[in-house]
Design a protein around this ligand. Structure first.
Ligand code: SDX
Length: 436
């Protein structure tokens, strides 16, 4: 992909909007890669807003972190293709890349990994808080609460205008989110919590803190590598709903842990990060390959709210490059687990084949997204379905905090969208004894 001729925020090109005979010039800004944008600021001073429910056509900010080409199925993190990163790099290297714009050299990587390792433990107050939840509490509600608790515990002394302070917060969040996920899982299982082990890498330590009965727990290197790759595949995805939530919350100058808590809450939704849990629940509901045609029919029925979870995407109108890597990882995990004829995977593959050949899905350009095979993979690892989106949270935290840091590290304005008002015009109050 050739580097574009993007001139960024200074451009001579203009778009013209003509309304009731008046013409308004709007600057056209060109990116390094991707779609030109029209700076609509001048519309307001001419008495107009734009209208774009769901932000389908709106660039909310400028960013240099991640680029997605939905038609070509391209995902670049600071210019590097996700396929190459997933194959040759690891999650903490990717975290460094997202935060600092470069792959770390050996010394930088050692220092970064050591700092993350040193920050894994959470306070007794956080551990005590998670133990207040009932066994049936949903892990994403717990993760949202725990991120808020970190905001409370860590608030004193954070200066978001200080680069070093922001970096400390970024690394602290990357270090602690696996611990939050692990204690959330163990609370649900009634298991005592284990302290982090500094001799294990990021993914190994997560598996240990989550599943180990004791210090003798044996790490499966294939499973650990698969988990590390799953974290990478979820790390960042430009201005998706949860990242946009983090940016909007962060634009008020709020505590960064609190801004991430808002992102966790947004990710939980079944249209977003909750889709991986939704895929498994859907496959359980379908029950057998024999029922797939019926459910594909329901998905095509506009009067039926049923959707094929893990299919479709706002941006990818071709395949999601993460889905292919995830499918390969799924096969690796199933082979390692000695699971050849996994009924759930068979149903997923049958559903994928039917959907990709069905004209409804072809015409609407609906392809498997990252969530479609991640659920089958996580289930094979031994992660319970209700924990799937907590794993997504673990992977996406570096992306969220990198976008927060990118925004807060430069001049920024509080996000304050306007609206198309369709309510009542002005009317006087009516005393209760005069109301119908
Ligand atoms: C993630 O934004 C990101 O980058 C997100 C993400 C990330 O890494 O952050 O990639 C992670 O959230 C992936 C998406 C996970 N969600 C799902 O798998 C849930 C199922 N998918 C859909 O809900 C839907 O495809 C969305 C929400 C993902 C995208 O919705 P859009 O872009 O708003 O598209 P739409 O809802 O307007 O759908 C367009 C048409 C509609 O039909 P018509 O009204 O035109 O007749 O396609 C249909 C929809 O009904 N459609 C589906 C469908 N997805 C869209 N029909 C059946 N099954 C589906 N899954």
């Amino acid at each position: 992909m050739a580097k574009g001729e993007g001139s960024g925020l200074d451009n001579e090109r203009k778009a013209q909007v003509s309304i009731d005979g008046a013409s308004i010039d709007l600057p056209v800004l060109s990116p390094t890669l991707g779609t030109d944008v029209i700076d609509i600021g001048a519309l307001t001073s001419n008495g107009y807003f734009t209208y774009d429910p769901g932000f389908v056509s709106t660039a909310s900010c400028n960013s240099s972190i991640t680029y997605i080409d939905g038609d070509e199925g391209v995902l670049l993190h600071r210019g590097y293709p996700i396929e190459q990163l997933a194959e040759q790099s690891d999650h903490l290297e990717l975290c460094h890349l997202l935060l600092h714009g470069k792959l770390p050299n050996a010394a930088e990587k050692t220092a970064f990994v050591n700092e993350i390792t040193s920050r894994r433990a959470v306070s007794p107050a956080i551990e005590a808080m998670v133990q207040q939840f009932s066994a049936g509490a949903h892990p994403m509600g717990i993760m949202t609460a725990l991120m808020g608790a970190l905001a409370a515990e860590e608030h004193a002394g954070i200066d978001i205008t200080n680069d070093d302070d922001r970096q400390r917060v970024c690394r602290d969040l990357i270090a602690k989110v696996p611990t939050l996920a692990a204690i959330t899982y163990r609370q649900g299982k009634g298991m005592k919590f284990l302290p982090p082990r500094d001799d294990l890498n990021y993914a190994e330590n997560f598996l240990y803190m989550t599943f180990a009965e004791d210090e003798d727990y044996e790490i499966n290197p294939v499973i650990a590598r698969a988990m590390d790759r799953i974290f990478m595949l979820h790390a960042d995805h430009e201005q998706n709903a949860s990242t946009s939530t983090v940016r909007l919350a962060g634009s008020t100058g709020t505590n960064p842990y609190a801004a991430i808590a808002a992102g966790v809450a947004a990710l939980w939704g079944p249209s977003h990060g909750g889709a991986n849990e939704g895929v498994l629940n859907m496959l359980d509901e379908i029950g057998s390959v024999d029922n797939i045609d019926t459910y594909v029919g329901k998905a095509k029925d506009r009067d039926d709210p049923f959707r094929v979870m893990g299919f479709g995407h706002r941006v990818y109108k071709n395949y999601d490059p993460r889905a292919k890597v995830m499918q390969d990882t799924c096969h690796e995990v199933l082979n390692e687990r000695g699971v050849q004829d996994n009924e759930t995977l068979k149903m997923a593959q049958a559903l994928e084949k039917i959907a990709l050949e069905d004209e409804y899905f072809v015409e609407k350009r609906l392809y498997p997204n990252v969530d479609f095979f991640s659920g089958v993979t996580l289930k094979a690892v031994g992660i319970p379905v209700e924990m799937f989106t907590a794993i997504f949270t673990l992977g996406r935290t570096p992306g969220w905090i990198a976008h927060w840091d990118e925004m807060v590290g430069e001049a920024y304005k509080i996000g304050r969208p306007r609206q198309l008002y369709l309510g009542e015009t002005r009317r006087d109050f009516v005393p209760i004894d005069q109301r119908s």
